[in-house]
Design a protein around this ligand. Structure first.
Ligand code: SF4
Length: 117
């Protein structure tokens, strides 16, 4: 089993992803479910985007195909998507349509602020 984390593009310039990686490395929060059978974390990538975040030269199909080729079967939708995005269920559906299992969340929110994830 291989997993990946999908994060919100709105946080590209602010977040290093360290909260998600800490949770994975310490097998806590949403990663507790794996118990002693810890999967390989193969990718940390950003969502398919929205009006304010989509750039040029995007190739979502390529990204999805790459994950499939690498054997990723499960994707964690990160905390930042839950906090920032109005289209959470759309993202979930997109990933499921590609055949991925979806797990909700990565690490717990430390405080209410939208910046400190
Ligand atoms: S708000 Fe939603 S669609 Fe926009 S970048 Fe964040 S996760 Fe992606």
């Amino acid at each position: 089993m291989k997993i990946a984390i999908m994060a919100c593009r709105k946080l590209i310039g602010k977040c290093s992803g360290s909260g998600c990686f800490d949770a994975y490395n310490e097998s806590k929060d949403a990663f507790e479910v794996y118990n002693d059978d810890k999967p390989v974390l193969s990718s940390f990538f950003y969502c398919s985007g929205c009006k304010t975040t989509l750039g040029e030269s995007e190739n979502w199909e390529h990204k999805m195909a790459q994950l499939k080729r690498k054997g990723v079967d499960t994707i964690h939708i990160s905390l930042c998507i839950k906090v920032e995005c109005d289209n959470y269920s759309k993202h979930e559906k997109i990933l499921k349509n590609y055949g991925f299992n979806v797990v909700h969340g990565t690490h717990k929110q430390k405080e209410k602020s939208k910046i400190r994830l």
